[in-house]
Design a binder for this molecule. Structure first.
Ligand code: IDP
Ligand code: MG
Length: 138
């Protein structure tokens, strides 16, 4: 049986702030294996697909705007329970209250804009991981 896989994105704020290396360091230090990686400026179409579950929410348009504002580092990572494990490394969605020790808690903050700029995305289930990996690593 092959190890579980997940999609990790270093969002445009993480790349712009020069934190890609620090974020990938944490993923590797935890023991997960990076098996593919690419830098991409995402189209609106890709992002709308990726975030389809959030369509209609007040932060949906600002989210697409933010996610297309600059390059993203897309990462395929693998390891037993990597989906749950990376979500734990990332921390809560809101960087203000994300626990210290997590990526969002240590490196993120509120910037007073319509969408939370919280540095990373990680798939939240095996189904999402499969769907999202197919989108970003077609
Ligand atoms: P997640 O990234 O922790 O899985 P989701 O609920 O899937 O969080 O939301 C996707 C992204 O949309 C978040 O990472 C964040 O950038 C943004 N977001 C989610 N909820 C809010 C909100 O209530 N206000 C502003 N931005 C939000
Ligand atoms: Mg999510």
């Amino acid at each position: 049986m092959s190890a579980e896989e997940t999609l990790i994105l270093v969002k445009p704020d993480g790349v712009a702030r020069g934190l890609s290396g620090e974020i990938l360091r944490r993923v590797e230090a935890k023991g997960y294996r990076i098996t593919d990686l690419r830098m991409v400026t995402a189209s609106r179409e890709l992002l709308a697909e990726h975030y389809a579950e959030h369509e209609g929410k007040p932060f949906f348009e600002p989210l697409l705007e933010f996610m297309s504002s600059g390059p993203i580092v897309a990462v395929r990572a693998e390891g037993d329970r990597v989906i749950e494990g990376f979500r734990s490394l990332a921390g809560a969605t809101d960087p203000t209250t994300a626990a210290p020790g997590t990526i969002r808690g240590d490196l993120g903050r509120d910037w007073g804009v319509a969408v939370q700029q919280n540095l990373v995305h990680g798939s939240d289930s095996t189904l999402s991981a499969e769907r999202e990996l197919a989108l970003w690593f077609a």
